[in-house]
Design a protein around this ligand. Structure first.
Ligand code: DC
Length: 220
């Protein structure tokens, strides 16, 4: 069974998708980490930022391995290195590139083949797995997402205002929702799930119930 979990940055997707996969005993795929890994390769290679074909070739040559908590780029564990702000601010060069997206979607399908999986991203229910048995589109209001992000950064010792986070977040939302291919949007058959005012535990409980109900329907 394939469960897709798409939605904007800061809706709590990653933690929720991972916990949901654990609870269901499913594999977990963080597709954002794949975009981050090819971006890290491009950062190290210093682009070529103004050459989409060159970037696609670079991505094509990257060997990316994913397991539950480790991301490997050409054999190197880059799980931490892909989370820097330099990587985050350059992701759009790769994520906006249709040839790069095509290659990563191929890898996502190969990873999911024959597995029960929770796959998390922006286009999992629309592009990567249009026939998934259960599609969730997870959202939260921009203010709530920004507040959660500020708390997360404070916990890491970084000081930033809600206004600043909100501005960066709006810019990212706009980019994610307006790219030509693989844009952030709910699949027509996705369940829209707003997490405002809910704890991550409550969200996971509700999602476990939704997936179980879908699974019964799919099998019976
Ligand atoms: O989920 P994340 O913040 O780690 O994702 C990083 C970036 O990758 C995000 O800005 C959008 C992009 N992305 C994408 O375009 N398609 C996906 N399936 C997953 C992520």
């Amino acid at each position: 069974m394939i469960v897709t979990l798409d939605g904007p940055a800061g809706a709590g997707k990653s933690t929720i998708a991972r916990t949901l996969a654990d609870r269901l005993g499913f594999a977990f795929l963080d597709t954002g980490a794949m975009y981050r890994a090819v971006t890290l390769a491009a950062v190290r290679n210093q682009g070529p930022w103004d050459d989409p074909t060159g970037l696609a070739e670079l991505a094509q040559g990257c060997q990316i391995e994913m397991d539950e908590s480790v991301v490997r780029l050409n054999g190197e564990d880059v799980s931490k290195l892909i989370r820097t702000s330099e990587v985050t601010s350059n992701i759009h060069y790769l994520a906006d590139n249709p040839a790069v997206r095509e290659r990563l979607v191929e890898l996502q399908r190969a990873f999911a083949a024959g597995k029960d999986i929770v796959s998390e991203g922006r286009d999992q229910g629309t592009v990567a797995f249009p026939h998934a048995e259960c599609k969730i589109f997870l959202t939260a209001s921009p203010e709530e997402r920004a507040k959660r992000r500020v708390l997360e950064l404070q916990a890491r010792g970084e000081q930033i205002s809600v206004e600043e986070v909100l501005e960066q977040q709006n810019e990212r939302d706009h980019r994610d929702s307006s790219r030509d291919v693989g844009r952030l949007e709910p699949a027509f058959d996705a369940i829209d799930f707003c997490t405002d005012g809910m704890s991550p535990e409550e969200v996971v409980e509700r999602l476990v119930a939704i997936v179980s109900e879908r699974s019964l329907r799919a099998n019976g």
